[in-house]
Design a protein around this ligand. Structure first.
Ligand code: CP
Ligand code: NVA
Length: 306
């Protein structure tokens, strides 16, 4: 049995296999051919943080695969009143066939997985957001950006940055990360990503100058400056991230046919200008939709592996 906790645990071939399965299932779904690959299976969806895309895509996804999703908010579970995660894991995983979790620490997710009888999917932690990257790469493929692309990530060194670093390290492409001083990715992830790049032929560079990072790239991506759980730091962050907005000036330094990606939700006027988000709405909202298709691929893949 496999869990999907981080891209680190997956080979390049496995990541591409999952995405290919997502593409195949997307094609079927587009002609309303909803094949019940997971008939009568239940997916527990445990949320300790807010969500629009993750919740809807997993709930609709499991339904289209012939199963059912259970939305479990930690506020309504005994978990929220202090029942230990390891007990919740043992109870929930005896009743459902797969569990998706959105939580704070990656350790909580690892603990749940260690006590679970069924596959666990990371639906976002403070450290990683790997399901988002499946959708992002699927979107890059659809927009002709899968071969030798250069990706620039501009903004906060957060769960999205870490996930891009893992993807670049696994697939072997060039990633340029530009964050303000003090907001760089975690050292342990820089180290892991470097090791992965040595194996795959990928390159990851780090700079505090966003202009330098986007020069001639194929894809520019960013994420909120204030992640869930950091609301108290908003004022300071908005000051510290000045100059890191993806706007016309920055976008014009990329290749002429470059695309823009954003995992959403977007905060216009902060990490991205309204103009750029609207101009690239085709890729950004394809990316949002692809959460559904990529995760259906993932659930079917995980089910096949047990
Ligand atoms: N991108 C993403 O995970 O969105 P939600 O927070 O709405 O799930
Ligand atoms: N970095 C953001 C991603 C939201 C999908 C957060 O963790 O809030």
């Amino acid at each position: 049995m496999r869990h999907f906790l981080s891209l680190y645990d997956f080979t390049k071939e496995e990541i591409l296999e999952i995405i290919d399965l997502g593409i195949k299932i997307k094609k079927e779904a587009k002609v309303k051919n909803y094949i019940p690959y997971l008939q009568n299976q239940s997916l527990g969806m445990l949320f300790e943080k807010s969500s629009t895309r993750t919740r809807i895509s997993f709930e609709v996804g499991i339904h289209q695969l012939g199963g059912q999703g259970l939305f479990l908010s930690s506020n309504d579970l005994q978990l929220g009143r202090g029942e230990p995660m390891k007990d919740s894991a043992r109870v929930i995983s005896r009743m459902v066939d797969m569990v998706m979790i959105r939580t704070y620490s990656q350790n909580i997710l690892d603990e749940f997985a260690a006590y679970s009888k069924v596959p666990i999917i990371n639906g976002l932690t403070d450290k990683y957001h790997p399901v988002q990257l499946l959708a992002d790469y699927l979107t890059m493929i659809e927009h002709g950006k899968e071969e030798n692309q250069i990706v620039a990530y501009i903004g906060d060194g957060n769960n999205m940055t870490h996930s891009w670093m893992m993807l670049a390290g696994k697939l072997g492409f060039e990633l340029r990360v530009s964050t303000p001083k003090g907001y760089e990715p975690l050292d342990e992830i820089i180290k892991d990503a470097k090791m992965l790049c040595e194996q795959s032929g990928g390159t990851i560079t780090y700079t505090n100058d966003p202009k330098e990072a986007v020069e001639g790239v194929d894809v520019i991506t960013t994420d909120t400056w204030v992640s869930m759980g950091q609301e108290d730091e908003k004022e300071r962050r908005v000051k510290d991230f000045k100059g890191y907005i993806v706007d016309d000036a920055l976008m014009s330094r990329a290749k002429q046919d470059a695309i823009f990606l954003h995992c959403l939700p977007a905060y216009r006027g902060y990490e991205v200008s309204d103009e750029i988000l609207e101009r690239y709405s085709d890729t950004v909202f394809d990316e949002a939709e692809n959460r559904l298709h990529a995760q259906k691929g993932l659930m079917v893949w995980l089910d096949e592996k047990r």
